[in-house]
Design a protein around this ligand. Structure first.
Ligand code: UDP
Length: 234
């Protein structure tokens, strides 16, 4: 029987499995930026991001964070628990980069006094806008108790990942998280953590080792993903 495609996004395909509570997440080489206006491919990105995401999710599990990951089943595919995803993206920022520089005039690379949390509405037709907690409340996207738990988890994930990357001479500048609820009602980390969804800079030179190399046509895109994978595997 042909596997059933449940959803195809910009960077991943979600497949049904024979187990109703599990899905397979296949990572693609396709890359998009600027709300899909820029399209391209990054050779071997699917395999590298699947590996990086699996390693980071396993690390988080070891630190008591529930994640969607069950196991890596192919070099570009992760078996995952099926989640009911919240329509909200959580961004954690340790240093200024990207949209916060454009929106608020921060200088790229400026250190935040403390890790900053932002929420974005997952809605392509609206361009995934930044939203406040009042907006989340009014739209009933996430309950207050769930929101507090998501904030706590996001900051804990930041602590674990910042330390892990620092040991590998990488600065975790910012990253995006998505959470969902499992069948038992637990809040679980979903989606991926990879150079597609994080800004990662070499701690010594501040060389960008993430999707900004693609967004800004900086060259050495594949090499950056490979470099992150090599350091994460150490
Ligand atoms: N990010 C993401 N998916 C999105 C938007 C942002 O993974 O749809 C990540 C992005 O790679 C960066 C962080 O979230 O690591 C913060 O992104 P920002 O708000 O600066 O937006 P950008 O200018 O990168 O679109």
């Amino acid at each position: 029987m042909q596997p059933q495609k449940l959803y195809e996004g910009k960077a991943k395909i979600i497949w049904a499995t024979e187990h109703p509570e599990e899905v397979a997440q296949q990572f693609k080489d396709d890359a998009t930026a600027f709300d899909g206006q820029k399209k391209g491919r990054i050779a071997s990105k699917g395999v590298r991001n699947a590996r990086i995401s699996a390693i980071l999710f396993k690390l988080l599990e070891e630190h008591g964070i529930s994640t969607q990951l069950v196991e890596q089943i192919f070099e570009d595919t992760l078996l995952c628990k099926k989640l009911d995803m919240y329509p909200v993206e959580v961004v954690v920022r340790n240093y200024a980069a990207g949209s916060i520089c454009k929106r608020l005039g921060f200088e790229e690379g400026a250190a935040m006094k403390k890790p900053m949390l932002e929420f974005f509405l997952k809605d392509d037709s609206l361009g995934d806008p930044l939203i406040t907690e009042a907006h989340i409340e009014e739209l009933e996207l996430v309950s207050e108790a769930e929101r507090e738990e998501i904030k706590r988890l996001a900051l804990k994930i930041n602590d674990v990942l910042s330390r892990f990357f620092a040991e590998r001479n990488i600065l975790l500048v910012d990253f995006k998280l998505e959470f969902g609820k499992d069948a038992a009602g637990n809040i679980v980390l979903g989606d991926e953590i990879s150079p597609d969804t994080c800004r990662l800079w070499d701690a010594g030179t501040r060389k960008k080792l993430d999707k900004d190399r693609f967004r800004r046509d900086l060259g050495e895109v594949e090499e950056a993903y490979e470099e992150v994978l090599n350091r994460v595997e150490k």
